[in-house]
Design a protein around this ligand. Structure first.
Ligand code: ACM
Ligand code: ZN
Length: 678
């Protein structure tokens, strides 16, 4: 057995002792593992036999060849020092990805119903043998909890070269993930060669700045590859075929996403005729749904996509369209009139259903982000749930749709994984333990068979390089792998944590740059337990509404529930205001107070800013107020992340406390977690 880079098997299986904590090596944890006495010794004479045939055998051989190991060819009759991979019906299950692995002193046997099952048994074997040449005898019976276990990469905001995609596919397979969701087109650039629409890559695959913030200051205009300082790239059809082939030999399905009809500024820059207002196309992200030309474009694009991607699914995005733009367009309004639609929600639904029918006629199943549920979308459509605040997953199931669970709260890999001050710029806060704790089946689910599985999403607004993408993806993708594969009653975070330590070493040995969980500082210390103060449980009156849908906190209790927020804004602790915050707390009786404090979070990438003006007033009767405190401070837009506490200290009598926090920048939003009165 020889390693690709000139190492030898002795190095690969160097430690000469029997693994004490076998289970501790495997991610995802298998459903059932029984240790037995003895061990199988892997050595240079170990043979491999498989009864795989035809295309599956060719693909597996190709895959084996790509590994840094060499096994001699064996035959089915041999029974010593041999690894056998045998397709044979399993008694316990008909699951396509199930396998049984039996390690005995003289042979290792993997049996499975299909090639996919054999492949996963082989991955288990690779994990077991990674650092030990003695593989302890054991029996594993294993199968995934969910059929869909995905990873999404946004290659539009930043472009990632083909070799990086292949490297990711290798590691996804190693952890038994089986879907690569390829987010190929978005506002940051179009990334796939299209024969019928060459302008897409010619005009919008490159931009004059890598950094999106800098690019924004330049007016988000694209440039051509030849321009000095051009940043970007795209995949040729040949690249795509290579990626799909590589993925197929690793039992990974590649699902393409072309985000429509929103997130389409890239398309409009190449084909302004598809905008509602062609003269003003630079200011919109949405395709015009009124024009037939839009449908001709989408269908031709999707035809080319379907020709390239053999998978059953095509993802059409559908998220975050600014639907108001269609109200102002004569073509869109005419369409709405003709089709007797009441609103632009119906208009987007018309678009979605027309595209769905087209895909269905070509034998494909459409996937859309959960905004497709805003309309009466065809039941055939699969929903990809991402907005936890609308319970997109639960709603999809109630309406009879198959659903893939990828809620922002647990599955967004572009969020901070530790205390923001220690991390590169990101959005909210999702530590490994939170991702690991994700339960894809909502408690009220009536039909869990509609839940296809789970997916981790890596959006790349702030992720410019491959090593940064690895850092954001790992180890959290390992948690997604286990959420997707292992039954929830067999999961344990402390046990997983130990396995992550080993996996991190493995990832680094393979040239990845994971976040080291041993460096983790953990949640915001002040937010670990509730605090006592005079306003806890007291009524809050909102003179201005708390009106950010995804930042409702715990509703009207948020500011006086005794809980400070964690590093991330989303969840039940922080409450958001588009514009200013203006609230009154009623302490129920006049009291002597010594301090009033509130904290605000600044996260510019999420549009959250600390206030520019902060005022506190008090009153004994709720009618006449006197000013207690006033502070003006310019918002510092160079601060990438901060939780900033403001407040007053002194002596005062008050029953009512009014607190106003006004934004400094005209477009910022304010969030607050608690008003602490002492
Ligand atoms: C999304 O995060 N806009 C799907
Ligand atoms: Zn229009």
């Amino acid at each position: 057995m020889k390693l690709k880079n000139g190492f030898c098997i002795g190095l690969l299986f160097s430690a000469f002792f029997i693994v004490g904590r076998t289970n501790a090596q495997l991610i995802p944890a298998p459903q059932k593992l029984i240790r037995q006495k003895g061990a199988f010794l892997l050595n240079t004479h170990t043979k491999l036999y498989t009864n795989l045939e035809g295309k599956e055998k060719i693909l597996f051989d190709e895959y084996l060849h790509s590994l840094p190991i060499r096994l001699q060819d064996g035959n089915g009759k041999e029974d010593t020092n041999i690894i056998k991979l045998i397709i044979s019906p399993l008694h316990a299950t008909s699951d396509k990805e199930a396998y049984r692995l039996c390690v005995q002193p003289d042979k290792i046997e993997v049996t499975a119903n299909t090639g996919a099952g054999l492949f996963y048994g082989f991955q288990t074997l690779l994990q077991l043998s990674h650092s030990e040449k003695h593989i302890p005898c054991m029996e594993i019976e294993d199968k995934p909890r969910f059929a869909y276990r995905g990873f999404m990469l946004d290659v539009s905001r930043h472009f990632f070269p083909k070799d990086f995609i292949l490297k990711m596919l290798d590691i996804l397979a190693y952890y038994k993930l089986n879907v690569f969701h390829f987010h190929l087109a978005d506002t940051g650039g179009w990334r796939i060669e299209m024969d019928k629409f060459p302008n897409l890559t010619k005009m919008t695959a490159y931009r004059p700045a890598e950094n999106l913030g800098e690019w924004w200051k330049m007016g988000n205009v694209f440039c051509s590859k030849e321009d000095a300082g051009a940043y970007g790239g795209f995949y040729t059809k040949e690249d795509i075929r290579e990626i799909i082939h590589y993925a197929t030999s690793r039992h990974i399905t590649v699902i393409p996403e072309i985000d429509l009809p929103g997130h389409s500024r890239d398309v409009l820059c190449a084909y302004p005729d598809l905008a509602c207002d062609k003269r003003n196309y630079l200011n919109s992200n949405e395709l015009c749904i009124g024009k037939e030309e839009t449908f001709r474009f989408c269908e031709k694009i999707l035809e080319e996509i379907m020709e390239l991607f053999p998978c059953d699914y095509i993802h059409i995005g559908g998220d975050e369209a600014n639907r108001n733009i269609w109200n102002a367009c004569p073509d869109c309004r005419r369409r709405m009139q003709e089709e007797q639609m009441e609103s632009v929600v119906d208009l987007q639904n018309y678009f979605t259903n027309r595209i769905e029918k087209f895909l269905h006629a070509h034998g494909k199943t459409m996937i859309g982000w959960d905004e497709i549920l805003d309309g009466d979308v065809s039941k055939r459509a699969v929903v990809m749930s991402w907005r936890e605040e609308i319970d997109g997953g639960g709603e999809a199931i109630r309406r009879g749709h198959s659903v893939i669970m990828s809620p922002t709260s647990h599955c967004y890999l572009d969020y901070y994984q530790d205390k923001p001050a220690t991390q590169p710029t990101a959005f909210g806060y999702i530590p490994l333990e939170k991702t690991y704790g994700f339960e894809p089946v909502p408690p009220t689910t009536t039909d869990s068979s509609l839940i296809l599985g789970v997916q981790g999403n890596l959006w790349t607004e702030h992720v410019p390089t491959a090593s940064h993408a690895e850092y954001m993806a790992f180890p959290r993708m390992l948690a997604i792998a286990e959420v997707g594969w292992t039954d929830s009653n067999k999961k344990s975070y402390p046990d997983f944590y130990k396995r992550v330590l080993q996996a991190t070493d493995y990832l680094e040995s393979k040239g990845f740059h994971p976040f080291r969980i041993t460096d983790e500082e953990g949640p915001r210390p002040e937010a670990k337990k509730p605090i006592q103060h005079l306003a806890v449980g007291k009524k809050v009156t909102y003179l201005k509404p708390h009106n950010m849908d995804d930042l409702k906190g715990a509703g009207e209790l948020t500011l006086t529930d005794g809980w400070l927020g964690d590093w991330g804004a989303y969840g039940s602790r922080w409450q958001g205001y588009y514009g200013d915050m203006d609230v009154v707390i009623d302490l129920d009786s006049v009291q002597q107070i010594h301090s009033v404090k509130a904290s605000f979070m600044q996260v510019p990438p999420a549009g959250l800013w600390t206030p520019g003006q902060f005022e506190i007033y008090v009153s004994e009767d709720g009618e006449s107020y006197r000013a207690l405190y006033e502070k003006t401070c310019r918002t510092d837009d160079t601060v990438k992340y901060e939780i900033y506490q403001q407040g007053w200290q002194g002596e005062a009598q008050a029953r009512y406390i009014r607190l106003r926090a006004m934004r400094d920048l005209s477009w910022g939003n304010i969030i607050c977690d608690e008003i602490i009165v002492q």
